[in-house]
Design a protein around this ligand. Sequence first.
Ligand code: ADP
Ligand code: MG
Length: 243
Amino acid sequence: MIRVSGLKKSFNNNEVLKDISFQVSEGETVAIIGPSGSGKSTLLRCLNYLERPDAGNIEVGEVSIDADKPKKAVINQLRMQTSMVFQHYNLFKNKTVLENITYPLTATKKYRRSEADTVGRKLLEQVGILDKQEAYPISLSGGQQQRVGIARALAVDPHAILFDEPTSSLDPEWVGEVLNVISDIAQKDKTMLIVTHEMNFARDIADRVIFMADGYIVEEGKPEDIFDNPQHERTRRFLSKYG
Ligand code: ADP
Ligand code: MG
């Protein structure tokens, strides 16, 4: 489903991803945890070439791409395989909630307006905000905005969804409702990679947890192994902050 091997990425002289390899199976939910600055966002962004890796191979579904010879057409194909849910939602402020979801369908997937609206409304119902379809993002709570972000990510029916700290910008009162929506999606056997600082949530929903620090994968394993019996001092030090 997703296979990453030998991924490297530097910004100027700062080597942010140092040699990352891992796989995610179809339907699996993988949580990525680790301190700020360890390269988690860069890793997700490389997976759909929002950042260009310097080295390594990325495979998502049928699409395989080598960092040393990326073809534009293949990059576009790769981008269609995943969708991102961002920390700051990244909604279109001048579009309604429904338009935010239907835009990628009409613009890139060539859906007719009426078909796109049907898909969009179904997803808004799924994330519990169908009544906000005509509203603009500014009038919504953070939790509602992020639920729009999740519905938009689902709309294009990607092979995998990449969540980058989807609850980190939310007031505490909205965190639970967004985590519930993500749990629902995980239960539907969507393939998901989720960067999160919500350790209890990661423990509950992840099939596997990857701990990253300083540009490396330090260890990975089942949630109970990583959280209850970490093998590396670096992992123990990180987890001790979450008591
Ligand atoms: P995390 O998501 O784990 O907090 P990031 O992937 O955002 O980590 O960042 C890892 C390192 O890469 C940080 O030192 C950050 O400053 C640096 N970095 C990330 N994006 C850029 C960029 N576009 N230009 C320069 N440095 C960057
Ligand atoms: Mg980040």
